[in-house]
Design a binder for this molecule. Structure first.
Ligand SMILES: N=c1c2ncn([C@@H]3O[C@H](COP(=O)(O)OP(=O)(O)OP(=O)(O)O)[C@@H](O)[C@H]3O)c2ncn1[C@@H]1O[C@H](COP(=O)(O)O)[C@@H](O)[C@H]1O
Length: 106
């Protein structure tokens, strides 16, 4: 596993699925997949409002909330960050190829 904070957080969230912890907010969210999905919507709006308000500390905090809840949603639907990374890489490669084709035909 990578040491990137998102990968470490995703692994922690995954481990909470079968944890016996009583006081894990993550475990409670995973037991009720609609809830983290709703939280992603709410946190997304809060990120947008912080961006429009040009409030940098709020934008950082709300982005952290959004990323956390997004990782919980992915875990609740058995989607890994590696699958998301692969999709982003596929798009980068496709975009690069398109630019090269355009440059070659100009
Ligand atoms: N990164 C986070 C994280 N970010 C945000 N939150 C929680 O997300 C909630 C934020 O929701 P709100 O601000 O809307 O607060 P709220 O109104 O009380 O929430 P709701 O009642 O609407 O669900 C708070 O309860 C935060 O504690 C997080 N909870 C856990 N983590 C990490 O998840 C991992 C597992 O933690 P446990 O859930 O404690 O096992 C650990 O690494 C934690 O650091």
């Amino acid at each position: 596993m990578s040491n990137h904070v998102l990968d470490v957080l995703a692994a922690t969230i995954k481990a909470r699925r079968n944890a016996t912890l009583e006081d894990s907010y993550t475990k409670r969210l995973l037991a009720e997949p609609i809830k983290p999905a709703k939280k992603v919507g709410e946190e997304g709006v809060e990120v947008a409002l912080a961006a429009v308000g040009q409030d940098k500390p709020s934008l950082i905090g709300e982005t952290a909330d959004l990323l956390y809840h997004l990782l919980v949603v992915l875990e609740s639907r058995d989607v890994t960050l590696d699958e998301v990374y692969a999709e982003l890489e596929r798009r980068m490669a496709a975009s690069e190829q398109q630019k090269q084709r355009k440059a070659a035909s100009a």
